[in-house]
Design a protein around this ligand. Structure first.
Ligand SMILES: NC(=O)c1ccc[n+]([C@@H]2O[C@H](COP(=O)([O-])OP(=O)(O)OC[C@H]3O[C@@H](n4cnc5c(N)ncnc54)[C@H](O)[C@@H]3O)[C@@H](O)[C@H]2O)c1
Length: 259
């Protein structure tokens, strides 16, 4: 086992399930100390408890990532418990079913998607960048999506939130390139599970259809597994592996966007 993250402190959002929980597990396995943030307090505690059982140092902040007080609390936890912040992973997001068709999308839902998927990254970066600057560097990894590169059908609001997140990633990369802060994002394609908030509005049959369709349209013939996508987050976060990578939007989609 490698230990790329021994002595490193990671703040990661959206870590109560799916990709974020898997990335947290991989960071912990490679020696990182973690502050995990999510709205779902019960699941977040379950993830944290299982990592602690394996010997990892893990703190949690339960709250809404679009609230600046939550970003501040995560930074305070990291500094008071671990004394530094090396890596920030902005991964929390929603993809609400009621933001599918534009005429049916309320202003409230529009604002919510932008707040959770985009404003949160701004808030966490705003809180973390000054600390990274003082420390002489750090790495930011944002979870965007191929929906931020190509226009997915009936996902306009989610898509623009992710497109703007890619732009935020690049802007930070550019502004801090000589200050030791690397900023990158991953753009996953269709993953093994539908995001939690969207899944609750889908029937078993709809989920099965999604899987079948994905198998047909993805050149590699299957959805992405959380463990293989999480490894791309760790690659970009690793100073050893990605020391010369900044401003990248790494597509991890089994070839879905080749054409
Ligand atoms: N699942 C996919 O097919 C897919 C495809 C491309 C990109 N992505 C991206 O990958 C990331 C992870 O998605 P996932 O598939 O693991 O979904 P998920 O729903 O399992 O994970 C998202 C996490 O974010 C948390 N969250 C939602 N709103 C929050 C808020 N306001 N404050 C704090 N936490 C909040 C949820 O509780 C959940 O734990 C997201 O950024 C998503 O946009 C997913």
């Amino acid at each position: 086992m490698t230990d790329r993250f021994t002595g490193k402190v990671v703040i990661a959002t959206g870590t109560a399930s799916g990709l974020g929980a898997e990335a947290a597990r991989q960071f912990a396995q490679e020696g990182a100390s973690l502050v995990l943030v999510d709205l779902n307090a019960a699941s977040l505690e379950r993830v944290a408890a299982s990592l602690r059982e394996e010997g990892a140092a893990v703190e949690t902040v339960a709250g809404d990532v679009s609230d600046s007080a939550v970003a501040k609390a995560a930074v305070e936890q990291a500094l008071s418990r671990f004394g530094r912040i090396d890596i920030l992973v902005n991964n929390a997001a929603i993809d609400p079913w009621n933001a599918k068709a534009l005429p049916d999308t309320s202003e409230e839902v529009f604002d919510q998607v932008i707040a959770v998927n985009l404003k949160s990254a701004y808030l966490f970066c705003r809180a973390v960048v000054p600390i990274m600057l003082k420390q002489g560097g750090g790495a930011i990894v944002n979870t965007a999506s191929i929906a931020g590169i190509t226009a997915s059908s009936q996902e306009a609001i989610y898509g623009i939130s992710k497109a703007a997140l890619i732009h935020l990633t690049k802007s930070i990369a550019r502004d801090y390139a000589t200050s030791g802060i690397r900023s990158n994002c991953i753009c996953p394609g269709i993953l093994e599970a539908v995001m939690t908030d969207r899944r609750q509005d889908m029937t078993g049959e709809m989920l099965e259809q999604r899987s079948k369709k994905a198998g047909g349209v993805i050149p590699m013939g299957r959805e992405g597994r959380y463990d293989e996508v999480a490894r791309s987050i760790l690659f970009l976060a690793s100073e050893r592996d990605a020391s010369y990578v900044t401003g990248a939007a790494l597509v991890v989609d089994g070839g879905y966007t080749i054409v």
